[in-house]
Design a protein around this ligand. Structure first.
Ligand code: NAP
Length: 295
């Protein structure tokens, strides 16, 4: 239809952990962004008037239809939940019906897929299959464990002078900085043409918990210990509910097998630069002053 601005990009999961980095990356590139959120005020607090807000819910199809109206591209991101397959497929369906020309999906880590994978890997696999068959050109990004999710508890322990928990033994992980995932997502949303399929994203090196302790020790100039006991949050009755606990236990089982160690060159191929490093991330957070008023 003439007059419709088809250059808007809809970002779902925009108010979560990764979403804001992607929204800000798109805005920096001059793209018009609409965010889907159930919480108008939370979206407004995060982004001010720089984005359009489509108040909606994955489970409310009418709100999804309104959210995709006039949109050319969709960044598909949502939490791990029992209904994630239906939720994300609903977004793909309304986007395809509305004539969206590209979908970039944030999928699960590559090692969570397959017969010996996890609940979330199996769910992402179903969504990816649906996406591929939808007729909309689409790329699924499979990022490895994010530094911003995997490392904060280790950073907290180090800052408190406590030992690191080697929850997955001596297996290494090629952690990725979420800012690199966002940069790749933005690039895939805005590049003139994409190669539909899957991109496996990792950091530039695979590190064990003892490697992390070594890097932290060098940064701080003091020893950092490692213990083989499980961290308190992973013990039943810790800070996670039953569903989250079972997901985390599935992750740890596979992490311990070393399947999260392989390194890909995808970040460098897409962005033309090396991935951000764990050493830089740890230095950023170990040497930062606690926020004013923080205990
Ligand atoms: N963490 C890792 O290391 C890692 C590695 C690989 C892949 N991943 C993948 O990353 C994804 C999670 O990303 P994240 O941690 O950034 O997400 P998150 O913070 O858990 O997601 C919360 C976001 O989802 C939105 N949301 C939740 N339920 C919704 C609903 N019913 N309708 C509409 N929006 C809803 C929330 O919006 P409102 O509350 O504003 O409505 C919020 O923006 C998962 O798919 C996971 O498999 C994570």
């Amino acid at each position: 239809m003439p007059g419709i601005d088809r250059s808007i990009t809809l970002v779902t999961g925009a108010t979560g952990k990764l979403g804001p980095l992607i929204v800000r990356g798109l805005l920096k590139r001059g793209t018009a962004v609409r965010v889907l959120s159930r919480r108008r005020e939370a979206a407004r607090d995060l982004f001010g008037s720089s984005v359009e807000i489509a108040v909606g819910d994955f489970t409310d199809r009418d709100s999804l239809r309104a959210a995709v109206e006039g949109v050319s591209r969709v960044l598909l991101l949502g939490p791990i939940s029992a209904d994630m397959v239906e939720n994300q497929i609903a977004v793909v369906r309304v986007a395809a019906a509305a004539g969206v020309t590209r979908i970039v999906k944030i999928s699960g880590s590559d090692w969570t897929f397959g017969p010996d994978g996890t609940f979330s890997g199996a769910a992402h696999e179903k969504i990816e299959k649906h996406l591929l068959a939808s007729g909309v050109p689409a790329v699924s990004l499979r990022p490895n464990g994010w530094m911003q999710v995997s490392l904060p508890s280790a950073i907290e322990s180090i800052r408190a002078g406590q030992p690191l928990h080697a929850a997955h033994g001596n297996a290494a992980v090629s952690y990725i900085d979420a800012r690199d995932i966002a940069d790749v997502a933005v690039a895939q949303l805005l590049v003139p043409t994409i190669t539909p399929g899957v991109l496996v994203l990792t950091g530039g090196e695979a590190l064990t918990t003892r490697d992390l302790a070594g890097i932290a020790a060098l940064t701080l100039g003091r020893p950092v210990e490692v213990t083989d006991t499980a961290p308190p949050a992973l013990v039943a009755g810790g800070h996670v509910n039953e569903f989250e606990l079972s997901i985390v236990q599935q992750f740890i089982r596979i992490l311990a097998s070393g399947r999260a160690a392989p390194v890909t060159d995808t970040v460098e191929r897409v962005l033309g630069r090396k991935p951000r490093t764990v050493a830089a991330y740890l230095a950023e957070h170990l040497t930062a002053q606690p926020a004013k008023g923080a205990a």
